[in-house]
Design a binder for this molecule. Sequence first.
Ligand code: SF4
Ligand code: SF4
Length: 167
Amino acid sequence: MNNKEYMLDPGITPNERFKTSVVEPEFWRKKKLEQMTKTEWELLCDGCGKCCLNKIEIKGKIKFTNTRCRFLDCQSCLCKIYPHRFEKVPDCRDIDLVAIREKPRWLPKTCAYWLLDNGFDLPPWHPLITGRAASVHEAGMSLKNRNTISESGISDYENYLIDWEDL
Ligand code: SF4
Ligand code: SF4
């Protein structure tokens, strides 16, 4: 569920996206999510990829597994089929206000949308703060270099539960 405008234009790299996007400085401190433009909304996504992990609900709580959607590139943490994701993956979720406010919470606690909607600021490693898309990976906050496996062929998700601090 990576909301990345640049995924729609393969000619634009993540770093160019941050450099060329014309937005009000620190817009996330001045506007509510409801007031943001499409560009602002999409810039909020830090590209962590953690929302693309499979999850199961146990006793009213969402538990994450280390199995990832088969269409997630585990190094770039980007969706390989972004423009067609809803056709190919029926349970792929759009990140909208309903998804952000859903209970039990299913977005990771580092997700920028969830943080802002719950009164927190963006973390110091967020690409909007650093100006570089790679800072989420360098801070170890994305799925890059983590022990995840593709969901292909897996059905016993309860055997893949994880308890990472940033979920
Ligand atoms: S299709 Fe899979 S990888 Fe792509 S956004 Fe949806 S859950 Fe993530
Ligand atoms: S968890 Fe939130 S910030 Fe991370 S990729 Fe998903 S939508 Fe973007």
